[in-house]
Design a protein around this ligand. Structure first.
Ligand code: NAD
Length: 228
């Protein structure tokens, strides 16, 4: 089976009602990321950060996968598919994709604030202050904050090197190191980008551009790749 690697960003979940980041002037649901998505923010105001991610978890749990998530899951009928997502929602898994790598963590798990490798599944939508990990430190959301290590980046880069076909959906490619992953895809590999507002970046010149919203562009592309 040919290998398809898909890199997704916030844009693929926009039509599921989860807002993107750059489309709202660099604010995330009205918050400056420096206030909610950095280790310094957690030091300064852990309750605010906890509340912010509790709300993101609630939103993600209430959201439903859309036609783009489902179309990517259907690709597995004919291809070996790896989805590398920058998203912290779990909509790819809920649409049926079986091989999803979360570069920036996944909101449905809790994480030790002492050791990022210790993560736990969650029952409800809320992590309360006072809930602790096995080391006795406060639990936080299992997400990668700006300035933190991205442990999944190396395995993701290796997967990109092995792609036969590469697809990018709904990412401004402004957040590193995730944005650097496309440089690992070999030159001769066909590369597609689906985004209604394709970022103006030189590196994207060699890509086949599908200037559509994800729910339109992704099912169309999947149809093409499945030969029907
Ligand atoms: P971004 O917000 O920087 O860029 C969004 C991109 O999606 C833009 O290029 C935009 O044109 C495109 N887009 C908007 N609507 C679309 C649609 N309907 N279909 C297809 N594309 C659409 O997103 P990013 O590059 O993923 O970087 C944001 C960071 O913030 C990520 O690291 C991510 O972890 C985090 N984030 C995650 C979520 C989520 O989990 N759903 C939501 C917001 C932010």
């Amino acid at each position: 089976m040919k290998k398809i690697v898909v890199l997704t960003g916030a844009g693929i979940s926009a039509e599921s009602g989860l807002r993107t980041f750059r489309d709202s002037d660099g604010l995330w649901e009205g918050y400056d990321v420096q206030e909610v998505a950095t280790p310094q923010a957690w030091q300064r105001n852990p309750q605010l950060v906890q509340d912010f991610y509790n709300m993101r978890r609630k939103d993600a749990m209430n959201a439903k996968p859309n036609a783009a998530h489902y179309a990517l899951a259907a690709l597995e009928e004919q291809y070996e598919v790896t989805i590398i997502t920058q998203n912290i929602d779990d909509l790819h898994e809920r649409a049926g994709s079986t091989n999803v790598m979360h570069l920036h963590g996944v909101i449905t798990r809790a994480q030790s604030s002492l050791n990022a490798a210790l993560t736990y599944p969650m029952e409800g939508w809320e992590i309360k202050m006072g809930e602790v990990c096995e080391l006795g430190s406060q639990l936080r959301a299992h997400v990668v904050w700006f300035g933190e290590d991205v442990p999944m980046i190396e395995p993701s880069a290796r997967i990109c090197q092995q792609a036969d076909i590469f697809i990018l959906v709904g990412s401004s490619l402004a957040v590193y190191p995730a944005a650097g992953l496309i440089n690992y895809v070999p030159n001769q590999v066909p590369k597609y980008i689906v985004d209604p507002n394709i970022p103006d970046i030189n590196r994207l010149n060699s890509m086949i551009k599908i200037e559509e919203k994800a729910t339109v562009g992704v099912p169309e592309l999947v149809k093409r790749l499945m030969g029907s």
